[in-house]
Design a protein. Structure first.
Length: 279
């Protein structure tokens, strides 16, 4: 539960809180951070006591993307954070993990993995480059007023291979997505809210509290229903309407047969909070 170097992992009730914890580098991605994220997503998927996940950053920043100093002269898989992951047994273990699973860092960044529990981003300060890419793997996004966003890769002769050329045009209007991708300019929190990249802007310093409030609302709901709704929303995206509606029934109808569905009806009739047991 303590995470790894550069990642803090905590439980707040039924919420797993993941804090990118490399504030001296504005939480630039390091290999230990990515290994920790990979393991945290696995923990959230496998532990039924976890109902939601909040992802945030330490020191007034969310994530400034790749460690460009470490990346210089190296390939992406080798260079992401390696400059901060050298010199001890723990770092060697992280490199061994990456060698054993060359996709580990992509899973950590939510490029190749979609957690089944809702993931809420609490953004303060810079959320740029790889930070904006990880953001696209989250479900609900809250940002402080001074947060900044952007995909700066083209300004450095790089490519946003964390999924942005695919996911961003599907999440926000294409014209806004292409402007962000091709100009490499920074966006304010209010701009990000206007184009739909984030859902809500709150006063600086309160994004985590707002995210945790949202998590508590989710945690109070029936977990099997929450997870089925999330799966349906993603699995039906891009499908023709008849196919999507058929898949929705496949996802949704089994929920009505659960004990939790019966408990929800009983609790409503008895005017009391429901006690869901994930059955």
């Amino acid at each position: 539960m303590n995470g790894t170097a550069h990642l803090k992992v905590e439980r707040v009730g039924a919420t797993l809180v993941l804090t990118l914890d490399r504030p001296e580098a504005r939480n630039a991605l390091s290999l230990p951070m990515l290994v920790g994220l990979h393991d945290a997503w696995t923990e959230a998927d496998e532990d039924d006591a976890i109902r939601s996940v909040v992802l945030t950053g330490a020191g007034g920043a969310f994530c400034s993307g790749m460690d460009l100093k470490a990346l210089a002269g190296q390939g992406v898989a080798q260079g992401v954070g390696q400059g901060a992951a050298q010199g001890n047994d723990a770092d060697a273990a992280c490199r061994a993990r990456l060698k054993a699973d060359p996709d580990l860092h992509w899973k950590a960044m939510l490029r190749h993995h979609r957690p089944r529990k809702p993931v809420i981003a609490a953004v303060e300060g810079p959320c740029v480059a790889g930070g904006t890419e990880i953001l696209q793997g989250t479900d609900i996004r809250v940002a402080g007023e001074s947060a900044t966003f952007g995909l700066f890769e083209v300004r450095r002769g790089l490519f946003p291979v964390g999924g942005s050329t695919v996911r961003l045009p599907r999440q926000i209007p294409r014209t806004h997505a292409l402007e962000m991708l091709l100009t490499g300019r920074p966006y304010t929190a209010r701009e990000a809210e206007r184009i739909g990249l984030v859902g809500r802007v709150v006063p600086d310093g309160t994004a985590l509290a707002a995210a945790l409030e949202t998590a508590e609302l989710i945690n109070a709901n029936a977990p099997l229903a929450v997870e089925a709704v999330k799966a349906s929303a993603y699995d039906t995206a891009g499908l023709a309407e008849p196919e999507a509606l058929a898949l929705e029934l496949e996802r949704g109808m089994p929920v009505f047969a659960t004990d939790d569905a019966k408990e929800g009806a009983r609790a409503f009739a008895e005017k009391r909070p429901p006690v869901f047991r994930r059955v």
